[in-house]
Design a protein around this ligand. Structure first.
Ligand code: ADP
Length: 512
């Protein structure tokens, strides 16, 4: 068993790992930059070590320093979370070479899956279907044109070293290829230091469905079923759910088997995710394997009852998986990523101090967050404030519950995506599960533009007036919430009707 784990990350995922450690009686060590000195993950961990200035290149990405800190505090393992160093092959290797346990897959498995072209070759060799296209980088535009002609337009040019949607170009005709190839190569070189680009058939309107796998060091690999992550904006997931309306038990078994085959072929150990596109005809195509815990892992936890982070720790410590793969998901789970962005203004990032945060609770609600009332939100790190996750008996129940939980949520001080998520939960197409990866971009104008009913506006105006009154009285009492240097006190008293609409009305300046 592990004794002490250093968490090479921040925010909600660092706190998630602290919680897993605490339940298992393992000591946790947080690391933090200047910007995070007062962050909840720092306070909640058993120990915390300052590792440098705010920019991640000088703190959370300084792997050698983080390893030195781990040695100094006597940690026996490092958990990388997601992002930052989590999928850096060199870091996984350096951790191991330093005599520490890496809570993730072997460096070799990260290497085998890190390049998209290498992963496609591996998939093909093990009967895992891939999107039609090449498995070798393109030599030049002429080869791209010839390949595209073979597979038919539209095609997608993709950086072999890609990630986060970078170095990707949709091409709809031969005369666009040369230009698109140039810009994809340039972007790939800038982002990844590698300009290898290959071609895939562009699949129109697929769903993004991924399979969670868990693999131990003794050869057992199991599938924990699918997550549907089709609600995306600019290739960024915004809402995830488990299971998927598009996946039958039979398809779940076939996709799960394919993911397990791929993980075995890659020599995979620990928690990992195989991402697939699922087309309208029920055909699925392997995209890539994510060799870390995913942001959206909680939805799988809620429908399987399996604590994925604790299993990451157990597997890293050499434990064998002692249970069978669940045959079917139990109920339905949905996750909304609550970000500090303003949906009504093109998702423009919002910064400032969170003056007041009211966190939803009640049956079936989980809140994974790295912020609290008084936290400062800057531009240095990811804009995600928290993940709101709900469980319901079926999808309709989960949607209703998410809507209720979002109504309870109040984020005051910065703009958030809360309102956007509420509108999605009310959207007919979303409620039918009628979604695919281009759905949100198409639907966004009507979602963001959704108007409140006259009744809602009236309620909001009244609530806003009451709230303003409360604040005036609070100020008269001498405490000005959120003022620099002042203790941060929750602005509204418990009796104030701080409804979702009150907050909205206040933001929009609706006053009686
Ligand atoms: P990255 O590693 O850069 O995130 P992915 O291969 O995971 O790249 O692709 C990112 C997103 O782009 C996918 O989630 C999907 O929405 C879309 N996408 C990728 N490949 C295709 C394809 N062949 N056809 C249509 N959409 C695709």
């Amino acid at each position: 068993m592990l004794r002490k784990v250093l968490i090479a990350n921040r925010g909600e995922i660092a706190l998630r790992v602290v919680r897993a450690c605490r339940e298992m009686g393992i000591a946790s060590v947080a690391v933090y930059s200047d910007a995070d000195a007062a962050a909840p993950h720092v306070r909640e961990a058993d120990e915390a070590v300052h590792i440098g200035p705010a920019p991640s290149s000088e703190s959370y990405l300084k792997g050698d320093n983080i390893i030195a800190v781990a040695k100094r505090v006597g940690a026996d393992a490092i958990h990388p979370g997601y992002g930052f160093l989590s999928e850096r092959e060199w870091f996984a290797r350096a951790v191991r070479d330093a005599g520490l346990i890496w809570i993730g897959p072997p460096a070799e498995a990260i290497g085998a899956t890190g390049s998209k072209t290498a992963a496609r070759q591996l998939a093909m060799a093990h009967d895992v279907p891939i999107v039609p296209g090449t498995t070798e980088p393109l030599r030049d535009a002429a080869e791209a044109v010839a390949t595209a002609a073979k597979f038919g337009y539209p095609v997608l040019l993709k950086a072999a070293a890609g990630g986060g949607g970078k170095g990707m170009r949709v091409v709809r005709s031969a005369d666009e290829i040369a230009g698109a190839l140039d810009s994809a190569k340039r972007e790939a070189l800038n982002a990844f230091g590698d300009d290898a680009v290959y071609v895939e058939k562009y699949i129109e309107g697929p769903r993004h469905v991924e399979i969670q796998v868990l693999a131990d060091a003794h050869g057992t690999v199991i599938s924990l079923g699918e997550r549907e992550c089709s609600v995306q904006r600019r290739h960024q997931k915004m809402i995830e759910e488990a299971p998927s309306v598009a996946v039958s038990p039979e398809l779940r078994k076939r996709m799960g088997d394919a993911a397990v085959r791929f993980a075995k072929a890659a020599g995979y150990v620990n928690a990992g995710t195989c991402e697939f596109l699922l087309d309208a005809h029920g055909e699925f195509y392997f995209l890539e394997m994510n060799t870390r815990i995913q942001v959206e892992h909680p939805v799988t936890e809620l429908v399987t009852g399996i604590d994925l982070v604790q299993w990451q720790l157990r597997i890293a410590a050499g434990e064998a998986i002692t249970f069978d793969a669940p045959t079917a998901p139990r109920g339905w789970a949905i996750e909304c990523r609550i970000t500090a962005e303003d949906p009504s203004n093109g998702f423009f990032p919002s910064t400032g101090r969170i003056r007041y945060l009211h966190v939803p609770s009640g049956p079936g609600v989980r809140w994974d967050s790295g912020v609290e009332t008084g936290s400062d939100v800057g531009l240095t790190y990811d804009p995600m404030l928290a993940k709101l996750i709900v469980w319901g008996e079926d999808r309709a129940h989960a949607v209703a519950r998410m809507h209720r939980a979002l109504e309870e949520l109040v984020v005051d001080g910065v703009e958030s995506s809360r309102e956007f998520h509420l509108r999605v939960m009310e959207d007919d197409e979303f409620r039918r599960g009628d979604i695919e990866i281009q759905w949100l971009e198409r639907r966004l104008p009507s979602i963001v533009g959704a108007q409140a009913s006259p009744e809602q506006v009236r309620t909001a105006a009244i609530a806003a007036a009451l709230l303003a009154d409360q604040e005036r009285r609070a100020r008269a009492g001498g405490s000005l919430a959120g003022a620099p240097g002042a203790a941060v006190t929750p602005a509204p008293a418990a009796s104030a009707p701080v409804s979702a609409w009150a907050e909205r009305a206040r933001r929009e300046g609706l006053r009686r």
